[in-house]
Design a protein around this ligand. Structure first.
Ligand code: CP3
Length: 348
């Protein structure tokens, strides 16, 4: 039985406190691993790696083989979706992603594709999922993912480093443009997550990395509304596939988000206070929220931070251990080993 699915309570599985605490890390396949860097350099570019099923599956499985994490997240990126919709995308060495922008209603014609699941690049992503599923031990969970529409829209709208004022200003000044982009992205996100589920994903996660840029009014419009549409639509089509929603930086909006959207798991960033995490956990299983920077420290400091989280959240079987954001490329491998070992041996 898959540990993550047990915590989520799929198939009315019995949960017991003797069970281990499931653990995986966001960005667990990445540059902190020498075996990742090797495959990455062989692939030539980040996107070549994403669209090569053999290599993508290989790097997806690397952290499972090395650390025994309970879940594998398919190696891809949230920005392959706007690329599949017709926008140019490049990952520049040391600079991060450069995506073609849409800055006016007339430029909406840059978006050409009707159904992203038909394009060859996404066929490769689904092949990578199927291949990973075939090679993944049966007790491990396979996670598919996409960006939430607002976060993907911030890149399409050219929010340089997601400059909060720039992006919020566009949201105020050009609501028609933002709404159209969000609608188009939402529609394709539903299809892409469906494609991943059909290819073998056991769970899907929505990353809303930039939800924290918005005021409460804009948060309702651009985070809650479109994310609800995606979750409702997936629940109708795939009622047995759990959804993890991660509204990073949502702060005061976390409770409203959980109530309005009712995802199966709520992802907590590292700014969520543990008192609030406990209140959210009474409603749904939670995932998170260790600050990734902690993994750069000495083991005695890591231990203190882990005890705080585990003593507050591991008492019930409604907890998936994770970081509050992606693991940093400079993380020492031995600290990840220490983390996994510590969580595995924690007595509730
Ligand atoms: O292991 C996993 O978690 C799966 C793979 C994954 C990647 N990106 C691989 C990646 C996932 C789930 C993502 C999500 C993603 N991508 C988000 C949401 C989560 C978050 O971090 O907030 C966002 C905002 C992106 C966009 C993105 N992709 C940026 C801003 C960058 C550059 C910054 C960086 O870390 O380099 C990327 C590149 C990227 N995506 C890398 C990886 C492993 C590094 C590129 C490389 O190895 O060459």
């Amino acid at each position: 039985m898959k540990l993550l699915l047990e915590v989520i309570g799929v198939n009315n599985s019995k949960t017991s406190l003797n069970q281990q605490i499931p653990i995986w890390l966001m960005r667990q396949a990445g540059r902190y691993l020498p075996e990742y860097r090797e495959v990455r350099s062989k692939a030539g570019s980040f996107l070549n790696l994403c669209y090569n099923p053999d290599l993508a599956s290989t790097v997806t499985l690397q952290p499972i083989t090395r650390f025994g994490f309970d879940a594998a997240i398919i190696f891809s990126d949230i920005l392959v979706l706007p690329q599949a919709m017709g926008l140019q995308l490049e990952f520049k060495e040391g600079e991060g992603p450069v995506l073609e922008n849409i800055l006016s209603l007339t430029e909406l014609n840059k978006i050409a594709v009707k159904d992203v699941t038909d394009i060859w690049e996404f066929q490769k992503v689904y092949e990578a999922l199927a291949l990973t599923k075939a090679n993944l031990p049966v007790d491990k969970t396979l996670i598919g993912f996409a960006g939430s529409p607002w976060t993907v829209a911030t890149y399409i709208l050219g929010g340089k480093n997601q400059d909060a004022d720039y992006t919020r200003k566009i949201a105020y000044e050009q609501p028609e443009l933002v709404n159209k982009i969000i609608d188009l992205v939402s529609e394709q996100t539903i299809l892409h997550l469906g494609g991943q589920i059909e290819a073998g994903a056991d769970i899907v996660q929505l990353f809303d990395s930039w939800s924290g840029l918005l005021t409460p009014v804009l948060f309702d419009e651009y985070v809650i509304k479109p994310t609800k549409k995606i979750i409702d639509s997936l629940k109708q089509k795939y009622p047995n596939t759990p959804i993890i929603a991660f509204p990073r930086g949502a702060g005061m909006q976390y409770q409203k988000f959980l109530t309005a959207l009712n995802p199966d798991v709520i992802g907590l960033d590292y700014m969520v206070p543990l008192e609030q995490a406990k209140i959210l956990q009474q409603q749904k299983p939670v995932q998170g929220n260790l600050d990734p920077l902690i993994l750069l420290l000495t083991k005695d400091k890591i231990k203190i931070a882990l005890d705080q989280i585990l003593e507050n959240l591991a008492g019930q079987n409604r907890f998936i251990f994770n970081l509050g954001h992606g693991i940093l490329p400079s993380t020492p491998i031995e600290n990840v080993e220490f983390l996994v070992d510590y969580v595995r041996n924690f007595k509730r």
